[in-house]
Design a protein around this ligand. Structure first.
Ligand code: PEP
Length: 250
């Protein structure tokens, strides 16, 4: 049985007040899910310690949205994977399309970050996904397979149990447009086959869908055989919506 995972990516949103409101609400509702779903909250890093405090004793996990590609040193403003591990995080996102598009993160940089995350003992949530142009040109599968191949090229299969891949079509992120459950399933199948071709234990790896997941479409997406949960942006900022999405993954 693969792990079902629902992760909240708050992006650059929120405040201490939101941490104090939303994190306990999620923590308390998720307690009734009986560990059937692994729930992860990734607030802005400045709020990670406060969120960790709210999660004391809870199975809800904490993650960061980005890490540096270096271990430590003179990189003003950067935060390392080891620092995230030090304050009790479990996950780090790598390769989110906003990092790729707005901050010039290439597949090679994503590969370096994957190694930093795994070296620090954290689990990585690697985001891949094609743009609308790439999809319309018929290149979606090739793009997503290239992204995963390069980013995971240095991966030792023994560490694959700490690797989650999130398929997030760029045209679906924050747009209200969602891939149909059938199209999302087809891409997850392609990804799983590619991971298997890379010598990884693909059938044991959780693959998430991200891109305008809401309470009313989560059930159909999560019911697909190769979709093992979701990475949630906008809807993770509303406790009721995020909790409903977590419940849809059970
Ligand atoms: C995301 O940023 O990872 C995401 C999926 O955003 P949204 O749910 O808002 O589309």
């Amino acid at each position: 049985m693969r792990k079902q995972i629902v992760a909240a990516n708050w992006k650059m949103n929120g405040s201490s007040e939101l941490v104090r409101q939303l994190v306990p609400a999620v923590r308390d509702s998720v307690a009734s899910l009986d560990n059937a779903v692994e729930v992860v909250i990734m607030p802005p890093s400045l709020f990670a310690s406060e969120a960790k405090g709210e999660l004391a004793g809870s199975p809800v996990m904490l993650g960061v949205q980005n890490v540096a590609r270096w271990q430590s040193g003179a990189y003003t403003g950067e935060l390392s994977a080891a620092m995230a591990a030090d304050i009790g995080c479990h996950y780090a996102l790598v390769g989110h399309s906003e990092r790729r598009q707005l901050f010039g993160e290439t597949d090679d940089i994503a590969a370096e970050k994957v190694l930093r995350v795994l070296e620090s003992g954290l689990a990585v949530m690697l985001c891949v996904g094609e743009t609308l142009e790439e999809r319309e040109a018929g290149d979606a599968e090739a793009v997503v397979c290239r992204q995963v191949e390069i980013a995971l090229s240095g991966l030792d299969s023994a560490a694959a149990d700490r690797v989650v891949v999130a398929y997030e079509p760029v045209w679906a992120i924050g747009t209200g447009r969602t891939a149909t459950a059938e199209d999302a399933q087809a891409m997850h199948r392609t990804l799983r086959d590619r991971l298997s071709d890379m010598g990884l234990p693909a059938n044991e790896m959780s693959l998430l869908y991200g891109g305008s997941v809401k309470p009313d479409n989560a059930g159909a997406l999560f019911a697909q055989p190769d979709i093992d949960g979701g990475l949630i942006g906008g809807a993770s900022l509303k406790a009721d919506d995020f909790i409903a999405i977590c419940q849809a993954a059970v």
